[in-house]
Design a protein around this ligand. Structure first.
Ligand code: GLN
Length: 480
């Protein structure tokens, strides 16, 4: 069931949050061996939160749509006293002394945090295979990856191990796993949701967002997450609408652009067919659908793999064995302590990013690589601006293929990087975008991406809701 369906039962006292939470832990115990979505489970903490939620529901005080609802949190968001690892050896025993703003908001709303979900180490990856601890499996086909880097969150929701979840998205890490796991994932506009307490990967791109079973839950969770936070200087003071109330507006006269550059070579035939069919349905439902071209998208992946590693190399400098996490205790002096701590603490992909980023920022290469990438980023943003002169929303596949097999791309970083070809441009431009189910290929879900203007999550949620109400895809459930 979705959060909005469960909320009605909780409010009607047909079900207690304690019963609901216990039933989730039973299901987790049954399925986790196969799915492996969680790095840390917090049954004791969750049951205490559920008891508190039940008190609120009983007294009808401070009840929100998420009071008593079990939620999973990606393990790169700080949870006070609860281990936060980023699926990295270097943070294996890190217990944050504070909550991320999004976590504090969940707690204040009375949501029940059941555990922390697996990710590619420091959110670097597209398959959740880069975790230092375990590989997460796709609930639709256990031999396939769940996508990444929020693969644990997407798999947990798809497997019914959590009602809703939080993910983070730097280049596609909410939308691509949502697409692979047949659930809804939204990356909000940069600045819409506070990043305070999100362990930084690439600070100019990172954004936290919801992963849910349907669009209504997505709107409910965004209602809670969105809004200015004085603790994050990049969070924006813009009015936040009630996203749930705007869903039913319909899409008559909405101008929708299908991105032709993401419907050509390199995109799976069945994925293209499903997205084309979705665009046709938008037209039948009253939208005006046109084709648009954003020629600079061709350079997005290359641009991202300069900017994101550059920022990562700087952000990850703090893991040196001094202040947090793992330290090599055998080292004889400070410099060799730095070396051995980082050599042993980071996995291969993280090291690759640090090297790429350090190189792109180094004297003599800064102008040729990093600065050039920033300029191309501006061109990509302008392409989107032009498209939004003519359109209210843009459509594309969320990923070029359905979920691939575990191990299929681990030896080929470039082909792994290309699985974000449709999502990365959106982060570079700072725009909001959502993925929702629009079909199946070989038994695996296909994701439709809807991109909106900056701070116009409203339109994409409304378009997504209208599509969802006129299709059955979201009703299909993975049979783990
Ligand atoms: N797959 C991309 C990367 O590896 C995006 C990851 C993300 O959005 N966190 O960088």
């Amino acid at each position: 069931m979705t959060a909005h369906e469960l909320a009605a039962r909780l409010a009607g006292r047909k079900l207690s949050s304690a019963e609901l939470t216990r039933s989730f832990f039973e299901r987790i115990k049954k399925l986790e061996e196969r799915v492996k979505a969680f790095v840390t489970l917090d049954e004791t903490g969750a049951l205490a939160q559920a008891a508190e939620a039940d008190r609120r529901l009983k007294s009808k005080e401070h009840v929100t749509p998420l009071t008593g609802i079990p939620i999973a949190v990606k393990d790169n968001m700080c949870t006070k006293g609860l281990r936060t690892t980023c699926s990295s050896k270097i943070l294996t025993d890190y217990h944050p002394p504070y909550d991320a703003t999004v976590v504090a908001r969940l707690k204040a709303a009375g949501a029940v945090i059941i555990g922390k979900t697996n990710l590619d180490e420091f959110a670097m990856g597209s398959s959740t295979e880069n975790s230092a601890f375990q590989i997460t499996h796709n609930p639709w086909n256990l031999a396939a990856v769940p996508g990444g880097s929020s693969g644990g969150s997407a798999a947990a929701v798809a497997a019914g191990e959590a009602v809703i979840a939080l993910g983070s998205d730097t280049g596609g890490s909410i939308r691509q796993p949502a697409a692979f796991c047949g659930v809804v994932g939204l990356k909000p506009t940069y600045g819409r949701v506070s990043r305070y307490g999100l362990v930084a990967f690439a600070s100019s791109l990172d954004q936290i967002g919801p992963i849910t079973r349907d669009v209504t839950d997505c709107a409910l969770l965004l209602n809670l997450l969105a809004g200015h936070d004085p603790l994050d200087t990049t969070s924006v003071e813009a009015p936040v609408p009630d996203y749930r109330r705007v869903l039913a507006g319909g899409i008559k006269k909405l101008k929708v652009g299908l991105i032709s550059d993401l419907m050509g070579n390199g995109i799976d035939r069945e994925v293209k067919a499903a997205v084309k069919k979705a665009a046709d349905l938008f037209a039948r439902l009253g939208a005006e659908v046109i084709e648009v071209s954003l020629p600079t998208l061709e350079y997005a992946v290359a641009t991202y793999y300069l900017i994101a590693p550059a920022e990562a190399s700087s952000n990850l400098a703090r893991y040196d064995g001094v202040k947090f996490g793992y330290r090599n205790k055998e080292a004889k002096d400070l410099i060799s302590m730095y070396y051995s701590t980082r050599r042993e603490g980071f996995g291969a992909e993280v090291k690759r990013r640090i090297m790429l980023g350090t190189y792109a920022l180094s004297a003599g290469y800064y102008d040729a690589y990093y600065l050039k990438a920033l300029k191309v980023r501006t061109l990509i943003k302008r392409d989107f601006d032009r498209a939004f002169d003519r359109c209210d929303a843009l459509l594309s596949p969320a990923a070029p293929t359905v979920a691939f097999k575990t191990g299929e791309k681990t030896d080929d970083p470039l082909s792994m990087y290309l699985s974000d070809i449709a999502t990365i441009p959106v982060n570079l431009a700072g725009l909001p975008a959502l993925s929702l189910p629009c079909g199946f290929s070989r038994g695996l879900p296909i994701g439709l991406q809807i991109i909106g203007r900056a701070f116009d999550e409203e339109t994409i949620l409304r378009a997504a809701f209208t599509y969802e109400q006129n299709t059955e895809w979201h009703k299909a459930q993975a049979n783990v």
